[in-house]
Design a protein around this ligand. Structure first.
Ligand code: FES
Length: 108
């Protein structure tokens, strides 16, 4: 498993290589719009990522939520990672969903 960050149109993104699959996502947790790759994120079972803020877990193969966040605020529907579309040369060409800028909490 390999993970690398990159920028697409000014938005932070990451690409993951899982055996022979390659996926790219916006570095944005749909729960509260935090950067999912912030300090403390975890990779579980090689193909899942846990957000460091409220613990939501997403599949790195599909972007789907596999474990909801521990929070009073529910995850908006749909609650999934935003996929970045790649061309044959692995260059980003678009997104499945609206590109959004992740934000850290205001009062830390
Ligand atoms: S912002 Fe990611 S789980 Fe809440």
């Amino acid at each position: 498993m390999e993970l690398k960050e990159f920028n697409f149109m000014g938005y932070p993104c990451f690409i993951v290589k899982l055996n022979n699959e390659v996926h790219a996502y916006l570095n944005y947790c749909p729960h509260k719009g935090r950067p999912i790759l912030h300090d403390g994120y975890q990779i579980l079972q090689e193909d899942k990522i846990r957000c460091p803020f409220h613990g939501a877990v997403f599949s790195l193969r599909t972007g789907e939520l596999v474990q909801p966040p521990v929070s009073k605020t529910p995850c908006p529907d749909p609650c999934r990672l935003i996929r970045i579309l790649l061309n044959d040369e692995m260059k980003p060409v678009g997104a499945e969903g609206e590109l959004r800028m992740p934000r850290l909490p205001e009062n830390k």
